[in-house]
Design a binder for this molecule. Structure first.
Ligand code: ATP
Ligand code: MG
Length: 139
């Protein structure tokens, strides 16, 4: 089934000049980039984005991190893209991520793990709408 998902290259990925490396992997895997922009979230915007994690011990820290510098946000499209992109990213904890995944190859920390990907169709829809309006998404 054709789906969309939200991808973010997090501030550590942008500041370490990994935009090209991440985009290359998406393109090589055949995931279509339908929208792409660089943004800098405020703390409040980062808290809104990670609202599902409100109350967890890492919530304050991860929202500080996500608002610490620019991110690249992308809407990706393809068959089964939510699961395929999560597989390319690898596990949250890079030490447990499979070889050849983005996080295994580039992450430095459980928090500073280079990329985000939506985890369900419902979250993908709301996360894409959080960052993009209809005019910004290629049809
Ligand atoms: P993401 O939502 O960013 O794609 P994920 O779905 O693999 O990552 P989540 O459980 O949704 O992982 O956690 C969101 C983000 O919060 C993680 O990617 C990471 O940056 C941070 N995080 C998660 N767990 C921890 C932790 N135990 N300690 C520090 N930071 C964490
Ligand atoms: Mg998540």
């Amino acid at each position: 089934m054709k789906e969309r998902t939200l991808s973010i290259i997090k501030p550590d990925g942008v500041s370490r000049n990994l935009i090209g490396a991440v985009v290359k992997r998406l393109e090589e895997a055949g995931l279509n980039i339908m929208a792409m922009k660089m943004i800098r979230m405020t703390k409040e915007q980062a808290k809104g984005f990670y609202k599902v994690h409100e109350g967890k011990p890492f919530y304050e820290s991860v929202t500080d991190f996500m608002s610490s510098g620019p991110c690249v946000v992308m809407a990706l499209e393809g068959e089964d893209v939510i699961k395929r992109y999560r597989k390319l990213m690898g596990a949250t904890n890079y030490k447990e991520a499979e070889e050849g995944t983005i996080r295994r190859d580039f992450a430095t920390d459980i928090e500073k793990n280079v990329v985000h990907g939506s985890d369900s169709e419902e979250n993908a829809r709301s996360e894409i709408n959080y960052f993009f309006n209809a005019l910004e998404i290629a049809k």
